[in-house]
Design a protein around this ligand. Structure first.
Ligand SMILES: [Zn+2]
Length: 301
């Protein structure tokens, strides 16, 4: 029997290097999971074709048939229409694409599209580290820095999907140039695109190995300092119950988070200092789970 709160939905995760899909089934687990390379350089029509093919394969192989589709995609997404307002050159031709409408036509199902970090935040809120907290902010630290805001258990994505861009909050006046064209953004101190070259290591895995062995790495100390201050800015504005930190930076483990916490506690007002800062739990499938959970939220609306 189908559970109304946990209907089976097709989840799709659109990233710059891979496309993944699966059925978020009534048991809240991801089934019939499959993935293919994005081959982004081939452009939007080819990527769309691969998504549709992958989706149809997953639906065909699943015993539970989806009642709707949830898509987590890189880029700024207009949540009501599922249009891509802006995407970087990681997905050439994605900007301006009517992603939700095109997939709905091809799959003959309702399609709900959200930004991948927002979807990640919603998945963590319902299935991961944020369970039991009503108000939360997730910060995803990878090459860049993204954010997702949960208010009263629901995703807050702002007007035209503008919400949560903590990576582009200015933390250093007259600071480093950011990829967005502004100066001194949090991302230009915390994202691995900048931190890794500054550290002298060539891969995050290699850096993590030395860092977790106790080595002092000034580029990481600088990143944790600014991330703690950035979280304090966000906490004062949003008043979350919990702050989650995820993304590839999770390789740096508890040492990284405790340094972030120390910086946060100095920057935050007294009554905000006990807000927990926790690692995310869902790992590599967080975007996929997020797409599925997002579709369920929209179905309930
Ligand atoms: Zn920026």
């Amino acid at each position: 029997m189908m559970n109304d709160l946990h209907p089976p939905v097709l989840a799709i995760d659109v990233g710059g290097t891979k496309l993944a899909a699966g059925i978020l089934a009534s048991d809240d687990l991801m089934h019939s999971r499959a993935e293919v390379p994005t081959l982004a350089a081939e452009g939007a029509p080819a990527i769309l074709g691969r998504i549709v093919g992958l989706a149809k394969d997953v639906i065909a192989s699943s015993p539970e048939k989806p009642v709707a589709v949830g898509v987590a995609s890189a880029g700024q997404i207009e949540p009501l229409s599922g249009d891509v307002i802006f995407a970087t050159d990681n997905l050439p031709g994605w900007t301006g694409l009517g992603l939700g409408r095109r997939l709905a036509e091809a799959l003959d199902l309702s399609v709900f599209v959200e930004n991948d970090v927002n979807a990640f935040a919603l998945a963590e809120a319902q299935l991961g580290a944020g369970r039991g907290y009503r108000h939360q902010l997730l910060v995803a630290v990878g090459t860049g820095v993204g954010g997702g805001i949960i208010v009263d258990g629901r995703l807050y994505s702002g007007h035209m999907g503008r919400g949560g861009e903590i990576g582009h909050v200015c933390v250093v006046q007259g600071g480093r140039p950011c990829t967005c064209g502004q100066i001194g953004c949090l991302e230009s101190y915390v994202g691995t695109r900048v931190m890794l070259p500054d550290s002298g290591y060539t891969s995050l895995r290699e850096l993590a190995h030395h860092y977790l062995a106790g080595e002092t790495i000034p580029a990481v100390d600088e990143a944790t300092l600014w991330l703690g201050r950035g979280l304090a800015i966000a906490a004062h504005l949003l008043g979350p119950e919990v702050l989650l930190v995820g993304g590839s930076i999770g390789l740096l483990g508890e040492r990284y988070l405790s340094d972030v916490r120390r910086s946060y506690e100095i920057a935050a007002m007294k009554s905000y200092r006990n807000i927990p800062i926790l690692p995310t739990q869902l790992g590599a499938d967080s975007g996929l789970l997020g797409g599925g959970v997002y579709a369920r939220q929209r179905l309930r609306d």
